[in-house]
Design a protein around this ligand. Structure first.
Ligand code: ZN
Length: 382
C-alpha cells in the first residue's frame, strides 16, 4: 500500500504558501501561509485532533495537541514550517506536483512539506491503532524562511505547556542534527558629504569609505576561518549587500552594507558587534561608518549527544532500518529559536538541503516513506 503521506504531500505542494520575505512584487494569491494552514486545520480536525490557528490571519501558524493514548511517554513538540521560499527562476511547475523516477517535484516538496506530510500520515496510523505513547504538540509554523515570527506566535500560545523536547523537520537526509550555526545580520552605514563630482575633493565619498570597511570585513572573514567548531566548521562572514549613491555626477553622501555572519555555539551578539566595530577602526573609517544594527536572525543549536531528543530520534530511526547518523549542519533552523526559548531539540527530515530552494526542488519518495515509519516508531514507542 502506498504511504498516504505521498498524497498529503501532493496536496500540500499544490497549495502555495510563499513567504513574502519583505517583497511586494509577488502575486498575492501565492503569498502567505493562510491557505495551507486552513487545509491542515481541516485535515487534523478530520482525525479528531484539537487544532487551532495562532498568529495573524495573514501569516497564521497551526498548533495541535494530542494526548497519549497509553501512559508512560514524554511530550514532544514537532514543528514543520508552513512557508516556502519564492518561486522565481524555477524550471518546473512550482505548485503542480509531479512524480518521476521516485521523486516528487515542486516548491516546498523538500523544504519542508514532506516532513509535515509524514507526520500527519504517521499520526493518523498511530491514533487508529490506539498506540500513541507520547503526548504530541504538532506545530506548523509560519515564516521560518525569514524572521521565525511563527515560532514566536506559537511560544506565546503554548501558555505554560512545556514539551520535553522539540523536533524541527528540515531536509537533513534523515540524519539527526543536534548542532547548527546561528545567523546574524549586521548593517553598516557610511555618512559622507555630497558635492558636484567635478570637484570631488570638496565632498566625502560614502561609497569609498564603506568600501574600505568592506575590505576590512574581508580581512575579518579570513581571521574567522581559524575559529572552528569540531563539527560545524568555521565561523563565517559574507558581505551580501553594498549600495549607495544617487547619480554619477554626485559624490555620494550615503552608503550601506549588510553582512551575513554565521556564528558558532557560544558566540554572542555583543562579541560579533565588537569585532565589526574593531574592523572599522582598523580600516580607519570608524568616524564615518557605523554599525547601525546587529540582529540575531536564527540562534545556534547545540543539544548534547546524550539528550533524550537525540537518543529518542536515533532509536526510532534505527528501528526503521536507518543508520541513525548524528551530525551538525551549517544552515540555521527554527530548532535554534526553540532552544533559545529553553526548549532543546533536534532537526531531522526527509530530503537534502541541496535540493531546498532550487529551481527543480524535489524530495525522494522513499525518504518520505521512511520518515513516516520513523514518526510511527517515535510516537508509539515511548
Ligand atoms: Zn525549511
Amino acid at each position: 500500500m502506498t504511504d498516504p503521506a505521498i498524497d498529503y504531500l501532493r496536496d500540500y505542494v499544490a497549495i502555495p504558501s510563499v513567504n513574502p520575505m519583505g517583497r511586494s512584487d509577488l502575486p498575492g494569491e501565492i503569498v502567505g501561509e493562510a491557505a495551507f494552514a486552513s487545509h491542515l486545520l481541516e485535515q487534523l480536525r478530520g482525525l479528531s485532533v484539537d487544532a487551532v490557528q495562532v498568529g495573524s490571519p495573514e501569516r497564521p501558524s497551526v498548533v495541535a495537541e494530542v494526548q497519549a493514548q497509553q501512559a508512560g511517554g514524554d511530550t514532544v513538540l514537532v514543528a514543520s514550517h508552513l512557508d516556502t521560499v519564492p518561486v522565481d527562476g524555477m524550471t518546473i511547475p512550482p505548485f503542480d506536483p509531479q512524480v518521476e523516477g521516485g521523486k516528487l517535484y515542486g516548491r516546498g516538496s523538500c523544504d519542508t512539506k514532506a516532513g509535515m506530510a509524514a507526520l500527519v500520515a504517521a499520526l493518523e496510523k498511530v491514533l487508529n491503532r490506539g498506540v500513541l505513547r507520547r503526548n504530541l504538540i504538532l506545530v506548523g509554523e509560519a515564516d521560518e524562511e525569514l524572521g521565525s515570527q511563527g515560532v514566536y506566535d506559537v511560544l506565546t500560545n503554548l501558555a505554560g505547556r512545556r514539551p520535553d523536547w522539540v523536533l524541527a523537520t528540515e531536509p537533513t537526509d534523515l540524519r539527526v542534527v543536534n548542532a547548527h550555526k546561528g545567523v546574524v545580520h549586521v548593517r553598516m552605514e557610511a555618512r559622507g558629504r555630497a558635492c558636484h563630482a567635478s570637484n570631488p575633493d570638496e565632498g566625502k565619498n560614502a561609497i569609498i569609505l564603506l568600501s574600505r570597511a568592506a575590505l576590512a570585513l574581508d580581512a575579518l572573514a579570513q581571521e574567522l576561518s581559524a575559529r572552528r567548531h569540531p563539527e560545524l566548521g568555521p565561523a563565517t562572514l559574507s558581505v551580501g549587500i553594498l549600495s549607495g549613491g544617487h547619480a554619477p555626477n554626485i559624490v555620494p553622501d550615503h552608503a550601506h552594507l549588510v553582512a551575513d555572519r554565521r556564528v558558532l555555539p557560544g558566540e554572542t551578539l555583543e562579541g560579533v558587534r565588537a569585532e565589526f566595530e574593531e574592523a572599522l577602526v582598523a580600516a580607519g573609517v570608524s568616524d564615518a561608518v557605523e554599525v547601525v544594527s546587529c540582529s540575531l536572525e536564527k540562534p545556534t543549536l547545540s543539544t548534547p549527544e546524550d539528550h533524550p531528543a537525540v537518543v529518542g530520534c536515533t532509536r526510532a530511526l534505527a528501528a526503521t532500518g536507518q543508520p541513525g547518523e548524528r551530525s551538525g549542519v551549517a544552515f540555521g533552523t527554527d530548532a535554534g529559536v526553540f532552544e533559545a526559548a529553553g526548549l532543546p531539540g533536534v532537526v531531522l527530515g526527509p530530503g537534502s538541503i541541496l535540493q531546498a530552494h532550487t529551481a527543480r526542488e524535489f524530495v525522494e519518495i522513499d525518504q518520505v516513506e521512511t520518515m513516516t515509519a520513523f514518526f510511527v516508531e517515535l510516537l508509539s514507542g515511548a
